[in-house]
Design a protein around this ligand. Structure first.
Ligand code: TMP
Length: 207
């Protein structure tokens, strides 16, 4: 089973992935948690280019191809082999981030993004997407109070950009309500974790 986590900046995905990983492992499942962009040595090198604030000259088309290159490497090197062995893969972001950030955020053509994404993923697609929603101001404030403090190239984008991304996510979730679990990311960590566990448990029982 392939489960992805999506959300605007500071939505708490990383914490929830850690919680779910621990819980699933306790149930005896083989779990692999990864993140995008990154998750492989090549992907991590591409991530550094993508998030480097010095790269102000990066065009939207170059940006989407770099995110997609990191994704292609991650799918083939990590995700596909683990799924084929019957394991559960949890990913902190996946292709829906491209539709939200490069599609709704940057205004790139959706059909182009679909084609690029299908090529990059070999059509490996999540069975479930957990979306942690919250107002962008709250998420960005959480980030600036967090451990890293300094914003990266994407976080430095305007509030209007981040609002387009959030609206994009909500539109994507509405288009595919069966795949997406939409949760209020302003709720307490334990309460969110319980809702995620419940949904994942029922999906596993059905599979
Ligand atoms: P994060 O994983 O620490 O949130 O950082 C990744 C940043 O890259 C985040 O701002 C979202 C952005 N992003 C895209 O714009 N497109 C993508 O396809 C992916 C995977 C991430």
């Amino acid at each position: 089973m392939f489960i992805t986590f999506e959300g605007p900046e500071g939505s708490g995905k990383t914490t929830q992935i850690q919680r779910l990983t621990t819980w699933l492992q306790k149930q005896g499942y083989a779990v692999l948690a990864t993140r995008e962009p990154g998750g492989t040595p090549i992907g991590d090198a591409v991530r550094a280019i993508l998030l480097d604030k010095k790269n102000t000259a990066m065009t939207s088309r170059a940006e989407v191809l770099l995110f997609s290159a990191a994704r292609a490497q991650l799918v083939e090197e990590v995700i596909k082999p683990f799924l084929e062995k019957g394991g559960i893969v949890l990913s902190d972001r996946f292709a829906d981030s491209t539709f939200a950030y490069q599609g709704y955020g940057r205004g790139l053509n959706r059909d182009d993004l679909r084609r690029i994404t299908a090529f990059a993923t070999h059509s490996v697609w999540p069975n479930m997407t957990i979306y942690l929603d919250l107002p962008v101001e709250i998420g960005l404030r959480r980030k600036s109070n967090g451990a890293t403090k300094e914003w990266n190239r994407m976080e430095e984008e305007t509030l209007a950009y981040h609002r387009r991304v959030r609206d994009g996510y909500l539109a994507l979730a509405a288009q595919e309500p069966k795949r997406w679990l939409l949760l209020d990311g302003t709720q307490g960590i334990d309460h969110i974790a319980a809702q995620i566990r419940q949904r994942v448990a029922s999906a596993l029982a059905e599979s």
